[in-house]
Design a protein around this ligand. Structure first.
Ligand SMILES: Cc1cc2nc3c(=O)[nH]c(=O)nc-3n(C[C@H](O)[C@H](O)[C@H](O)COP(=O)(O)OP(=O)(O)OC[C@H]3O[C@@H](n4cnc5c(N)ncnc54)[C@H](O)[C@@H]3O)c2cc1C
Length: 423
């Protein structure tokens, strides 16, 4: 048995009293905080990193998926990125890639303009529960330990940290084995001429990513991700996804730390090996690796509806839809024995709705989720997790939280629990 200690009981200052507290400032948290604040709720956004954007920024995932059919805040972000020149337009077609630093600044501006109370570098560590609902979230920062009270809470931590700390039930990984999709350390790289590496990259007309693995093997290394991708961002800037960290747990601090170190080391080895090949790689260099390793999946919190693979097959429709997802099932191999690329699937995804009920915690009142940690099964999650959907889910949650507060109700009282019809 692991040794344990009992900490001293402590008194914790209440640092903020707000209507809506959003925990996690990734794509989902941005959508949630902006929608809640614009809906008239006094809103605070808590983020453990020193920037907003989650995997988009701290993770350096400079690539949008399932955003084209989204209006609202996702559309607004894309339009603003375009106005700021943050998306390249190779051969007349806007790229899915974007400039990460411009995204960081844009998200802060949007939140400040909406009146969101921002708390960067604040880590959510606990929750106080009374009478079946959360009363306070507990965070830690350079100020020490502080409490924040709210009428409604939205867990956008990706890993469901708030809901789990509050005691909600959840699922993690595949139903039979508990295996989760691998993490990936991502990197921004530069120093290459897009035309000269056209035979290897992705994001310009003609997907040639299949050749990158062979090129890495020619350099003497076999990447842990068998489908390494060099995606075009702008100018001579690309993002590189070539690393898979198998068996690492998103909810185990030491495991995350170990995966980060291993992943970063592999990225450096791969880039050095390519550069040693000479042209067209002779000036290839890493601009940055992720401050946070990219986590594909963590807890899926039990909600009042569970999005399932069957919903994808049927193209489910719901009156309380907050998002229409179109992305396919995309399971990166959960173990090397399943291959090191993407696991094959027979599921043909039809555009499907994610209902508000899947964003409302089942075990506590006044708690919602958005993004990766909503209520869904393993396969459905592999589809809806991408960032265009995360923003839309966040927006739906934030809007519902503000409306519930205005009407002096809980979010689950806004729609019929069975049908999703508005009440
Ligand atoms: C390697 C990789 C490649 C991917 N490729 C694509 C792609 O090409 N396109 C695409 O659209 N999607 C892609 N995805 C999926 C997508 O990035 C995520 O699923 C999406 O970011 C989910 O958004 P989110 O806001 O739920 O979670 P996240 O982006 O993970 O954001 C969670 C936020 O919460 C914060 N947080 C976590 N815990 C705490 C805590 N305890 N206290 C305070 N803050 C906390 C984090 O710092 C982070 O900012 C990829 C994901 C990975 C990992």
């Amino acid at each position: 048995m692991n040794k344990v200690i009992t900490e001293n009981q402590r008194t914790t200052p209440v640092a903020e009293e707000v209507d809506v507290l959003v925990c996690g400032g990734g794509p989902a948290g941005i959508g949630a905080a902006l929608a809640a604040a614009r809906g008239g709720a006094k809103t605070c956004l808590l983020e453990s990193q020193g920037c907003l954007g989650g995997v988009w920024t701290a993770g350096l995932l400079a690539w949008l998926i399932d955003y084209g059919n989204k209006d609202g805040i996702m559309r607004e972000i894309v339009d603003q990125l375009d106005a700021l020149g943050a998306r390249a337009c190779p051969e007349g077609k806007p790229s899915n890639g974007f400039d990460v630093e411009i995204m960081k600044a844009l998200l802060e501006d949007l939140c400040m303009d909406a009146g969101v109370i921002l708390r960067l570098n604040h880590y959510l560590v606990d929750a106080v529960v009374a009478d079946g609902k959360i009363t306070h979230a507990i965070c830690e920062s350079k100020s020490g330990r502080e409490a924040i009270s709210a009428k409604a809470f939205i867990d956008c931590t990706g890993d469901g940290d708030l809901a789990a700390r509050a005691g909600c039930g959840f699922e993690l990984g595949k139903a039979d084995t508990g295996e989760t999709q691998p993490m990936s350390m991502l990197a921004l790289v530069a120093g290459i001429d897009p035309d000269a590496v056209r035979a290897f990259h992705y994001g310009l007309p003609g997907d040639a990513r299949g050749n990158l693995k062979a090129e890495m093997e020619r350099a003497g290394l076999s990447p842990s991700y068998a489908m390494p991708t060099l995606s075009y961002v702008r100018d001579d800037l690309f993002f590189l996804m070539a690393n898979h960290e198998y068996g690492a747990s998103a909810i185990d601090g030491k495991s995350l730390s170990d995966a980060t170190v291993r992943g970063r080391r592999e990225v450096h080895q791969l880039v050095n090996a390519l550069r040693n090949l000479g042209d067209p790689w002779s000036r290839l260099h890493i601009v940055a690796t992720g401050a946070h390793i990219g986590v594909r999946e963590g807890r899926r919190i039990h909600g009042r509806y569970q999005v399932t693979a069957e919903d994808l097959v049927q193209g489910a429709r719901h009156p309380d839809a907050v998002c229409r997802a179109t992305f396919e099932v995309d399971v990166h191999a959960t173990d090397k024995k399943h291959g090191s690329g993407v696991e094959p699937t027979t599921i043909r995804t039809q555009p499907y709705d994610i209902p508000l009920r899947a964003l409302i915690a089942k075990d506590l009142d006044g708690l919602m989720m958005a993004g990766r940690c909503i209520s869904g099964d393993f396969l459905a999650h592999s589809s809806y997790r991408v960032t265009g959907n995360a923003v839309a889910m966040g927006e739906g949650a934030g809007r519902a939280a503000a409306e519930a507060i205005r009407r002096k109700r809980y979010p689950h009282e806004l729609c019929d629990p069975e049908t999703g019809e508005s009440i």
